[in-house]
Design a protein around this ligand. Structure first.
Ligand SMILES: Nc1ncnc2c1ncn2[C@@H]1O[C@H](COP(=O)(O)OP(=O)(O)OP(=O)(O)O)[C@@H](O)[C@H]1O
Ligand SMILES: [Mg+2]
Length: 352
């Protein structure tokens, strides 16, 4: 008997390789995962962060929603890749209330999009102002066309877009729910997906840096396909075989090993950019997750290259799990894929 539409959200993470759906019951004291679904994204529906086949995506989503038998209608989604840009800027010290007006004027010079075609949001940062006369603001600019496209896709699958977030921020949200604020700490998070690696830095529990690095599992798949003269589909299958201890041609692990450097260097250049542009403490801890973090040797390689000690991120560390619907084996299978969807699912309708 439902007279009112439930305000509970589905955290929906639409990635290049996989679509993930997380349902949580969130109270003030705790959060419980009540359902999680994952299915492959239709081939080539998302390419380089652009949605190239919206119809295929909404069909897939519709199927996923139907088979999940969810009663929820409202989703929160995350924008990522080139759909969204965040940038730390310094503006003159002023009353919080005046910041929004000021940002409108300032934003134009900082973002490579047409100002009339983006949604601008911002967060004033508490710590480490560049100078006493200025205040630091994290500017978020999201491409409107992408937000509309996602909204259409979600709608044609019978759902409503209640929250549009940034995937990196959802990742941070997932961290905060599991590790808390970690006062005085500077913590880096990496979610290595297929096309991008979401890279976020938190300081005192506040996001101070957020960027999607254009490397991930697809980098390996493309190198294997190129090196062996086979299709991306064949290359993907061989890669997963090689990384899960199944039989694969000798060349596959060789290409994987020789691709680490390319990936680690991209990650390093974002780390360097962060260090060179952000005042404050050095990164003290770094957590890593994402489907491609399972690539044999990758996490070790990044660790050695960056001299950071990397820890595995666990989106279920402090999350209760409804184990009548999800057994420990299943939870283990989805652990590396779930962080963004869980972070999105922790949001509440009406949040900004
Ligand atoms: N066992 C494994 N070993 C190596 N790579 C794996 C393994 N399992 C999955 N992957 C890779 O992980 C990637 C998918 O991970 P994930 O679902 O996190 O990406 P996504 O969110 O769809 O992509 P993106 O966010 O970049 O658009 C694919 O590139 C896939 O090949
Ligand atoms: Mg992803």
């Amino acid at each position: 008997m439902m007279f009112f539409q439930s305000k509970k959200l589905i955290g929906l993470d639409i990635g290049t390789a996989n679509i993930k759906m997380a349902e949580l019951d969130v109270s003030r004291k705790s959060a419980t995962l009540t359902a999680f679904h994952i299915m492959p994204t239709p081939p080539r529906a998302i390419n380089g962060g652009e949605i190239t086949d919206p119809a295929a995506l909404s069909d897939a989503l519709k199927m996923m929603v139907e088979s999940s038998r969810t009663k929820r209608k409202n989703v929160s989604i995350g924008l990522w890749g080139t759909s969204v840009i965040t940038k730390r800027i310094a503006i003159p010290q002023m009353d919080e209330k005046l910041v929004a007006g000021q940002i409108k004027w300032e934003a134009e010079q900082y973002i490579p999009f047409d100002i009339n075609e983006v949604n601008i949001d911002f967060k004033t940062l508490r710590e480490f102002h560049s100078s006493p006369d200025t205040m630091d603001v994290l500017l978020v600019a999201a491409r409107q066309d992408m937000a509309f496209l996602y909204q259409d896709i979600v709608q044609s699958a019978g759902l409503t877009c209640a929250v549009i977030d940034v995937s990196g921020f959802a990742f941070a949200n997932c961290f905060l729910n599991n590790w808390g604020t970690q006062k005085g700490q500077t913590i880096a998070l990496m979610n290595i997906g297929a096309a991008v690696t979401n890279f976020v830095v938190l300081e005192n529990g506040e996001v101070i840096f957020c960027r999607d690095i254009p490397v991930g599992g697809a980098t390996y798949t493309a190198e294997i396909a190129k090196g062996m003269g086979i299709s991306p589909e064949e290359a993907e299958t061989m890669k997963i075989s090689a990384c899960t201890g199944q039989a694969a041609p000798d060349e596959v692990p060789k290409v994987i090993a020789s691709t680490h450097e390319m990936v680690a260097e991209e990650v390093q250049s974002s780390l360097d950019f962060f260090v060179n542009t952000t005042p404050g403490l050095p990164v003290q801890q770094c957590f890593v997750t994402g489907g491609a973090s399972r690539t044999t040797g990758l996490v070790n390689f990044i660790g050695q290259h960056s001299k950071l000690s990397l820890e595995r991120f666990d989106p279920f560390r402090e999350l209760r799990v409804n184990d009548s619907s999800m057994n420990p084996g299943y939870i283990n299978d989805i652990r590396d894929f779930a962080s963004i969807a869980v972070g999105l699912g922790l949001r509440k309708a009406g949040d900004t």
